[in-house]
Design a protein around this ligand. Structure first.
Ligand code: BDP
Length: 637
């Protein structure tokens, strides 16, 4: 009886299958034009007047409130200024109440967009900023970011063209900044350290050369004249062929401080990246090099320099232990760089929800140790912005975690699903869709006696998202394996790859070290001793094969194929089981998606389904290629 009742309610709520291309993201409010809004005329007022379904909202300015914070009591929003009111307005539209303040004042997207319009590691079409620039889209982009609290954006690739700082491009930056400003978003630029030579005609870019420092000061002045609230520079120096202070035997601190002095009078900052390897510490285990490179600079940076480091010590792998540089730089403000674009997690072809991965990181590097957060954007000119409809969830999750890293992955996914796919708001505040055949995430048919079917669909999609990252780890590189991707494009497996003319640090065989004795990279005290870079208790925990968490096992240890794992089975058996599980998970995701079909609009359902089918093929390819190759060592004939 209960089932039937739910069915009737839900069917009544199913929307007609209208064409949906995903371009509206999570901002799918119905235009109601109902509320009378009192208070300052601003973005908050505009959004609420258009979309708030209640009768009245009061916007109150209170100068004693913290920056960006808001308080929602009933339908009164209080904040320090219009920006806080704007964040409060989007929160009210989400259904929030109470007080909220962001964890960090720097919540920044990093676009790896090139001036020719292409995007490094972009999987959703060309740049919205360069070449195909589209100001309507840029405004929508600003609004989407504002709705989740993002307040800064770096407009160009860290592998920066010196042309970025030419007068004609700076004029374009000004125009973009003018569009973003009302939404509280500041603009930053990546700079090429050798710009004074390439652009200014100087003979050197030595940071201690007076003419070089003068050139940067003049450039800063020119920028701030155009863009008074310009945020500052992001710098990739002496990394992967980029120029830097090391070219003149200067330290990172000397390089960063020279730039910091140039922007200091205007309140600008320098975000200096620690992603450096292969220069001064060539030959050393790559995951150790950032600490080796930077530890002597600790405490030597100006106070407007922030060291920006990737969450893991290698490079945005599906799973890495946290980067020990966060333990080692004790007197340097630090930011974490997360990658929203799924370079190593199936790009825009796999459904992988990244919030669980980022939360894992915050479990080790507590948010209060950081002064800001950056996310490498996954946005391009594709109709749905991110290539995959579900990749929008990663942009959303980044913003929400940048505001409040204590939110759970589940809370964020629920919010996003509701805003993106939940057009059915039920009277009791529940939302969802109904399908009798739906199964719970674990594949067990749901029992009608304990769940209303509405919540079954809800929990199925939620469960799919929450399991997706672990599934990806399992079918790609379980148990601490890493970087066994195909060369260059990082999509698909190539465990046997070794190219003599490439740096060793780019070769999969260097990372998995499979041989007849076992598999894994010995980074314990008997190996490269990378474990010594960690603070306790992790140093000891990771160093000992018996206490190392199994999810990092092959990251830190070279382990015999016959090694008995905690479940009593051998390493080789476990490795195979992980690959099998990863593939089985994707099969289940497809079942869940099939069952949701009647309740999702046609276009988004079909496009997501096509990608899921492709994901399954790719997951099977990973399993087959990796296990076939590893078997030659584990089970020699
Ligand atoms: C790697 C990317 C490369 C980036 C580099 C970086 O493969 O394209 O330029 O990181 O972060 O993940 O600088």
């Amino acid at each position: 009886m209960k089932r039937i009742a739910c069915f009737v309610v839900a069917v009544a709520c199913v929307i007609s299958a209208m064409a949906e291309d995903g371009s509206r993201l999570w901002l799918r409010y119905d235009k109601v034009e109902k509320a009378v809004v009192t208070g300052p005329e601003c973005i908050a007022a505009e959004e609420l007047r258009n979309f708030y379904p209640g009768e009245r909202v009061n916007l109150v300015v209170d100068a004693t409130m913290a920056a960006d914070a808001y308080r929602i009591e009933g339908t009164t929003i209080t904040a320090r200024d219009e920006r806080g009111l704007m964040y409060g307005a989007y929160a009210l539209l989400r259904g929030e109440t109470g007080y909220s303040a962001p964890q960090w004042s720097l919540r920044i997207l990093n676009h790896w967009d090139n001036l020719d319009g292409s995007i490094e590691r972009g999987y959703a079409g060309n740049s919205i900023f360069w070449e195909g620039r589209n100001d309507t889209l840029i405004k929508e982009y600003a609004r989407a970011n504002a709705s989740i609290g993002i307040n800064g954006t770096v407009l160009n690739n860290v592998n920066a063209s010196p042309k970025m700082l030419s007068a004609s491009y700076l004029q374009q930056v000004k125009e973009i900044a003018d569009i973003l400003r009302p939404y509280g978003i500041r603009v930053y630029l990546s700079v090429n350290f050798a710009s004074p030579m390439a652009l200014g005609g100087l003979a050197t870019a030595d940071p201690l050369d007076k003419k070089v420092a003068k050139w940067w000061r003049a450039k800063a002045k020119e920028i701030y004249k155009l863009i008074p609230d310009f945020g500052g520079f992001l710098v990739k120096a002496n990394s992967e062929g980029q120029p830097g202070p090391g070219d003149y035997h200067r330290t990172h601190a000397e390089g960063a401080n020279m730039l910091a002095d140039a922007v200091k009078p205007y309140g600008g900052i320098i975000m200096w990246r620690s992603f450096v390897y292969g220069a001064n510490h060539k030959g050393e285990d790559r995951v150790k090099q950032a600490v080796s490179e930077f530890v002597n600079d600790d405490g030597k940076f100006r106070d407007n320099v922030i060291l920006q480091s990737k969450n893991g010590p290698l490079d945005f792998q599906p799973r890495e232990p946290y980067a020990p540089i966060f333990d080692n730089m004790k007197r340097t403000p630090q930011m974490a760089e997360l990658q929203i674009t799924q370079e190593y997690l199936g790009q825009s072809r796999h459904l992988v929800y990244l919030a669980p991965m980022w939360q894992e990181f915050f479990g080790f590097v507590k948010p209060d140790r950081l002064v800001g957060i950056a996310g490498v954007a996954n946005i391009g000119l594709d109709k749905n912005w991110c290539g995959h409809h579900f990749s929008q969830a990663n942009w959303y999750a980044f913003g929400r975690l940048a505001w409040n890293p204590n939110m759970t992955s589940e809370e964020i996914a629920k919010e996003w699903l509701k805003a993106t796919f939940g057009q059915w708001t039920m009277g009791n505040g529940q939302w969802g869709m109904y399908n009798e055949q739906l199964t719970m995430g674990n594949g067990q048919p749901e029992n009608a006696t304990n769940h209303c079917p509405l919540s079954i669909v809800h929990s199925s999609l939620l469960s799919l998202m929450l399991r997706s990252r672990e599934a990806c780890v399992d079918y790609m590189m379980p148990l601490g394996l890493h970087h066994i991707f195909k060369f260059d494009h990082h999509y698909g497996p190539e465990p046997d790859a070794f190219k003599a003319d490439y740096p060793l640090e780019w070769c999969p065989v260097y990372y998995h070290q499979a041989d007849s004795a076992g598999i894994g990279f010995n980074r314990s005290h008997s190996g490269t001793n990378a474990t010594s870079q960690y603070a306790e208790p992790y140093r000891s925990l990771y160093d000992d094969l018996r206490t190392c968490p199994e999810q990092y096992l092959l990251w830190f240890h070279h382990v015999p194929w016959t090694y008995r794992m905690s479940n009593g089975r051998t390493l080789w058996e476990n490795l195979q089981a992980h690959y099998d599980h990863g593939v089985a998970e994707v099969e289940d995701f497809i079942r869940i998606w099939q069952d949701a079909k009647p309740y999702i609009d046609e276009q988004r359902w079909q496009e997501t389904n096509d990608r899921l089918l492709h994901q399954l093929d790719n997951a099977r390819e990973w399993r087959h290629t990796c296990l076939t190759y590893f078997r030659t060592f584990a089970e020699p004939s």
